[in-house]
Design a protein around this ligand. Structure first.
Ligand code: PMP
Length: 305
């Protein structure tokens, strides 16, 4: 099945969407991206886009930081997203990649006096961390502090930091890196937020520990509270706590809820998927595929029946 892109206000085949080599964003990383999932429900023959508006709200916030003027409203982008996913017609999980970028063909490091554009494309994409449970290491690369580049913004240039950590981890035989904040507290994975289970409660790094405010993180906090009666404590986490936690898992749009069974060559508890992690995985899987009636407001169906 061919992929399509929404590019310069038209839906066209993905391979025809091209930008010039002098595009500012290509040279300086001056762009904001998102990653949104369209989850295929085989029984209902439907694709549900998960928490689409929240993703675009985060994109809009990022654009504000980078002074990027979005050429469309969030409502227009939501409408186009539905149209684009429907046009692709994949009968499998899809991944939507929107990008708001500095489109001027000019050199010069700055954010002012530049033009902007927005495109998105859709590709079929299954599991991101392609393991049932992940082996992680703490990275030698730290997250940037807010005064270096705001880490709560999905700015393209920031992801050099994540890529350095990911490749170091994979080259050393791990599935994913856990990055520390500038002051040495646990921050997040290279494309995921991190949760620990300690004494029956969820613990996750606070917003001040250089994390991206994940939409999956927010989803898990709400589902744990409402469906399992498990509270989440948002606080700074010391590296040593990673080694002694009862359970650990990563959350992200691409990675869903991925259990972590080993960190820095120490098994997390007995190395099996923990009971609370398993329950959260189970509820999350139902919710994102439009199989949980209470959370259908998070799911936008693509195909009109
Ligand atoms: N942290 C980073 C650095 C990420 O790139 C992502 C993926 N967007 C996440 C966390 C998880 O965020 P979300 O749940 O919104 O996908």
């Amino acid at each position: 099945m061919p992929s399509y892109a929404f590019f310069q206000n038209k839906i066209i085949p993905l391979e025809d969407a091209k930008i010039g080599i002098m595009t500012h964003a290509l040279h300086y990383g001056t762009a904001i991206f998102e990653g949104i999932r369209g989850n295929w429900n085989a029984e209902k023959k439907q694709t549900y886009i998960f928490r689409m508006r929240e993703h675009y709200k985060r994109l809009e916030n990022g654009c504000k930081v980078l002074k990027i003027k979005l050429p469309y409203t969030i409502d227009e982008i939501c409408e186009k997203t539905i149209e684009l996913v429907a046009k692709c017609g994949f009968q499998e999980d899809a991944y939507i990649r929107p990008l708001a970028y500095t489109s001027t063909q000019v050199l010069g490091v700055r954010l002012h006096d530049l033009e902007h554009d927005f495109f998105m494309f859709v590709i079929p994409w299954g599991r991101y961390l392609d393991v049932d449970k992940a082996r992680c290491c703490v990275s030698s690369w730290h997250r940037p502090e807010d005064n270096v580049i705001p880490p709560q913004v999905k700015a393209c240039g920031v992801y050099i930091n994540n890529a350095l950590a990911k490749t170091e981890a994979v080259n050393n035989g791990y599935d994913e890196a856990i990055m520390l904040s500038p002051d040495g507290h646990v921050s997040e994975g290279t494309g995921e937020n991190l949760f620990l289970v300690i004494g029956g409660k969820l613990v996750t790094p606070a917003t001040t520990d250089s994390i991206l405010m994940g939409i999956t993180r927010n989803t898990v906090i709400e589902l744990a509270e409402k469906e399992l009666g498990i509270p989440t404590i948002q606080r700074s986490i010391d590296r040593g706590e990673l080694y002694t936690a009862d359970e650990c898992f990563l959350t992200g749009t691409a990675a869903h809820v991925t259990p972590v069974y080993e960190i820095d060559q120490r098994t997390v508890a007995d190395g099996e998927i923990g009971p609370i992690t398993a329950k959260i995985q189970d509820i999350y899987a139902k919710v994102i595929r439009g199989n949980h009636p209470k959370y259908m407001h998070w799911c936008t169906p693509v195909y009109k029946k």
